[in-house]
Write a protein that binds this ligand. Structure first.
Ligand SMILES: Cc1cc2nc3c(=O)[nH]c(=O)nc-3n(C[C@H](O)[C@H](O)[C@H](O)COP(=O)(O)O)c2cc1C
Length: 326
């Protein structure tokens, strides 16, 4: 019988199928469901830096007529922030107490700001790793690409200094040299990289004629960019790669492992099919391994990573010219 055990960030996982961060991982009941259905690890719903900052400011604004001194404002703002953070840390703590699988905390941040101050508290409450979801929308035309990259690198350096926990970065692919950025992240000491984040993008609602920011679930299983970049980078750096976006069935998990990923995160698949889908994936992965004579994941992980291939150019030069017309 094949074993689904794998290692990610130095943590032992019983399955390479893990729950990605989303509202589905925001309650203890759901985290337990993920474990009961066979997830290898859970990434808890992110603590959003903007939400904490905005909420704390609105508390101060709503009490402004009673706050006659700036010290009182600062106190209230700090207390409101602590309230949110403590609530989040309690969930991490409770998850650590109730679950046997690794529990990964997650922060969504858009500045190098205050979250660094509380990142250390994740360590104290027992999180097994910290995933940092960081995205800059480069919409300011006066900011150059290299300035944007520097901002990313500075944030990651600060985060690396702030926590001793395994540090994971969840990013998108919009860098002019993604491979160079990944190498730089690795040299700063990032332990894992999640490729790729799937961003909330605004749309226009034609009925209300308003901008609408509904998050669309991934229905079409668009995993191709993730697969290519994991294959390109997995054997080139020491970083552990976790696949995300479009992991809609077990065959995609197997492809990611063959490309060199250590695990794959699910979000949309569980929204659409329930937590039971995790167990289904596990069974199908084990059955494929049996059919192909693999006892362990390490026997085939990275077999099709670019550096190991006889024709490595296949990952780079996939072009229309090669697709014959019918
Ligand atoms: C409703 C929803 C909420 C999400 N919330 C978060 C979040 O809080 N933090 C985060 O890092 N990613 C979040 N994500 C992104 C997912 O973790 C995942 O990276 C993305 O959806 C791509 O994977 P998928 O194709 O399996 O959905 C969210 C995704 C969805 C669909």
């Amino acid at each position: 019988m094949s074993s689904l055990n794998t290692e990610y960030l130095g943590l032992g996982l019983r399955s390479p199928v893990i729950m990605g961060s989303s509202p589905l991982t925001g309650t203890l009941v759901n985290l337990k469901k993920a474990e009961d259905n066979g997830a290898g690890a859970v990434v808890i719903r992110s603590l959003f830096e903007e939400l904490i900052v905005n909420e704390a400011r609105s508390q101060v604004e709503s009490a402004s007529e009673f706050l006659t001194h700036s010290d009182a404002e600062n106190f209230l703002e700090g207390a409101s922030r602590d309230y949110f953070i403590d609530k989040y840390l309690k969930l991490v703590q409770d998850a650590k107490k109730s679950l046997d699988i690794p529990v990964i905390a997650s922060i969504c941040c858009n500045t190098q700001g205050s979250w660094i101050d509380y990142a250390q508290r994740f360590e104290a409450c027992g999180a097994d790793a910290l995933e940092l979801n960081y995205y800059i929308l480069p919409s300011d035309s006066s900011v150059t690409g290299s300035q944007v990259e520097k901002t990313y690198l500075n944030l990651v350096k600060e985060a690396r200094k702030a926590v001793k926990l395994p540090l994971v970065l969840k990013i998108g692919y919009q860098f002019s040299s993604l491979s160079n950025m990944i190498r730089n992240f690795a040299s700063i000491g990032v332990d894992g990289i999640v490729l790729f984040n799937h961003f909330v993008r605004p749309d226009i609602d034609l009925d209300s004629v308003q901008v609408d920011t509904k998050l669309l679930l991934n229905r079409n299983g668009d995993y191709a960019e993730t697969l290519r970049w994991i294959a390109l980078m997995a054997a080139e750096t020491d970083v552990d790669f976790c696949a995300s976006t479009g992991i809609k069935d077990s065959s995609v998990v197997l492809k990611m492992l063959l490309a060199g990923a250590r695990c794959a995160q699910l979000a949309s698949a569980v929204f659409q099919n329930g937590f039971e889908v995790i167990g289904k994936f596990n069974k199908e992965i084990a059955s494929w391994m049996d059919q192909h004579g693999y006892d362990t994941i390490d026997q085939f992980r990275g077999l099709l990573a670019q550096e190991r291939m006889k024709h490595p150019e296949q990952w780079e030069r996939a072009q229309y010219i090669k697709i014959e017309s019918k």
